[in-house]
Structures are given as C-alpha cells and as structure tokens.
Design a protein around this ligand. Structure first.
Ligand code: GTP
Ligand code: MG
Length: 295
C-alpha cells in the first residue's frame, strides 16, 4: 500500500498562500510527460531538507498514476506510451496539492492546488502533420482553458529541434487566438532527463542550455514572449534523478537512443529521487522562480 499523504518534515510554516493552477503537459512522443507526472505524484525518497513540504495526490486517477509508477518504474521497467484519447474529455485530469515551505519566518508558505492533464505525444505529432482535424481542434480548445502550459522536451533529442519548432509555432498561433481573462498565459519549457551528464553539467543555466540545444525552439518562444501576451521561462528536470552527491551519476540506464531521444529505465529504483520537478509548477502558479526548488 502506498502513503496517500506524504507529509515531509514541517519547518513550522502553518500559514499558506493559496494558489490554483490549471496545466496541460504537451510535448513530443517519449519526451517524458507521463514519467514527470508519475514521479511528481509519487514523490519518492524526498529529502528531509527539501523546500517542498508535502505532495498530496488527490482522487482515483492520480492514485492509479502512482500505482503505475510503482508497478513499472520501481520494478526497473519502461513506461508505456500514452495513447491519444478519441475524445478530449477522456484525457485524465490529475489533481495534486503541493505545499512549499516558507524560506523566512516572516513569509507564508505556498500551497499550490494543481490540475494537470498529461497529453499523448501523438497530439503534438498531429499538430505538426494535420490541419483542420476535429479531434486536434478539440485538444487545442482544451489547451486554451489552461493558464499554464508545460512544454516538455527530451534534452537529448536536439536533432529534432527544427521539427519541434514547427509544431510549437502552430501551437503558439492557436494560443494567441484567445485571451485568458485577467490573466497572462505562462509557458514553461522543461528539458527532461537532465540526470544525464551531458545535460546535468549545465543544469544551472536552463535558458542557455535550451538556446544551445534547441535554438529554433528557443527563438520561437522568445518571439512569442516579446509579444507580451504571455510569459516564458526555462527549466531542467529529471524524473529519475542522480545517485550520490559528491560525484553524482545518473540514476538511469539507457535502453535506446535515437534522434527522437532516449528511452531508459531507472538504474536503482530503491534510491529513486526525482530532480527539480516542482520548480516549473511553482513558477506557472506564482509567476516567481524559486531557486531552492531547482537544486
Ligand atoms: N533517462 C530518463 N528517462 C526518462 C525520464 N523520464 C522518462 N524517461 C523515459 O523516457 C521514455 C518515455 O517516457 P514517457 O514518460 O512515457 O514519455 P511521454 O512523453 O509520456 O510519451 P508519450 O506518452 O508517448 O507521448 C521512457 O523510456 C521513460 O522511461 C527521465 O527523467 N530520465
Ligand atoms: Mg505519456
């Protein structure tokens, strides 16, 4: 049985500033969307000094996601691709409450109520290849309801930069057709699988890393941000994390790598500790970066 409520060490922040955020996770096939969501909901082996106080999964769908994480990732097996639901209403809507500790006595902690849909990568592929498809339009309409978009890219899939930029351009065009009431839309570009050394060494500069690896994607996002209808920030994460502290090594084992990225399993599931998963959500909901969540 798993713990429904994982209360981590409480540093005494009893007052919380409440935030609600409605997110869509979008990105190419295999970019790590489901892995991200499952690792976040499960929140294994949290550090006692983590700035995240608790991660509380809510509802049956979220509990199934955790069960999946336990049954698959924790056994050292590979996740199944998410299939494209034939009705957008059927896409699972995960609910999680995250509390982040206050850094200073005089501050409140932050409690974030997250609603999040993990789309199939097929949606992104259709975005590139199809036009005027009713299902695609339904998915886009659903995306427009969200104030926060997490655009996930496998950090090792840089050879597909041009293709991703083409899909992203279409996506941004669709977003621009509607305004959110009293609210700016935020897009978090998140590079995943960053426990791998080639990415890990640059984890302190996510925007620079994105610009280097995905110059066309970066340019599209910057152009969109310059229009001032929304905001963009860049993040690095790993659903799997690293092993050790002084000379960390990736807690992942590659099973396949091609231009679309890397398929892996967790090397040591008992020491599974994801990296920086809450940082993009914190920014999407508060509009402020929290550097402590990026360590
Ligand atoms: N190395 C590494 N591999 C990861 C990580 N997260 C996911 N993966 C692997 O990447 C592959 C794809 O992961 P998924 O999370 O299923 O990708 P997805 O974006 O949900 O894919 P679709 O549902 O097909 O769109 C699998 O082999 C995962 O085990 C990570 O943080 N590090
Ligand atoms: Mg998936």
């Amino acid at each position: 049985m798993f713990n429904w409520i994982k209360n981590k060490a409480n540093n005494g922040s009893s007052n919380y500033q409440d935030q609600n955020v409605n997110i869509r996770i979008v990105g190419p096939r295999g970019s790590g969307k489901t892995g991200y969501m499952a690792a976040l909901a499960y929140w294994p082996n949290a550090k006692s000094d983590s700035p995240v106080e608790s991660v509380t999964p809510i509802g049956e769908e979220t509990s199934k996601l955790i069960e999946n994480a336990q049954n698959i990732l924790e056994q050292g097996l590979d996740l199944e691709p998410t299939r494209l639901d034939s009705k957008v209403e059927e896409v699972k809507d995960y609910t999680i409450t995250i509390t982040v500790k206050n850094k200073y006595q005089w501050q409140n902690g932050v409690k974030i109520n997250v609603n999040c849909k993990d789309y199939s990568g097929e949606f992104f592929r259709d975005l590139i290849n199809k036009k005027g498809d009713p299902l695609l339009e339904d998915y886009l309409d659903d995306c427009l309801q969200a104030s926060g978009i997490m655009f996930l890219l496998d950090g090792t899939s840089y050879r597909s930069d041009r293709e991703y930029a083409a899909g992203l351009e279409k996506f941004l065009l669709a977003l621009d057709q509607t305004d959110l009431e009293n609210n700016k839309r935020r897009i978090a570009l998140v590079l995943t699988k960053c426990e791998q050394s080639e990415l890990w060494i640059n984890r302190d500069s996510p925007a620079k890393l994105t610009q280097l690896r995905f110059p066309q994607v970066y340019q599209k996002l910057q152009n969109w941000a310059n229009l001032k209808t929304g905001e963009v920030e860049y993040f690095v994460t790993s659903a799997f994390g690293v092993l050790g502290t002084n000379f960390p090594e990736p807690n992942s084992q590659k099973i396949e790598r091609n231009r679309e990225g890397t398929k892996s399993i967790i090397k040591n599931p008992r020491r599974w500790r994801p990296f920086a998963l809450v940082a993009p959500i914190y920014w999407l909901s508060t509009g402020q970066r929290n550097k402590d969540l990026e360590q």
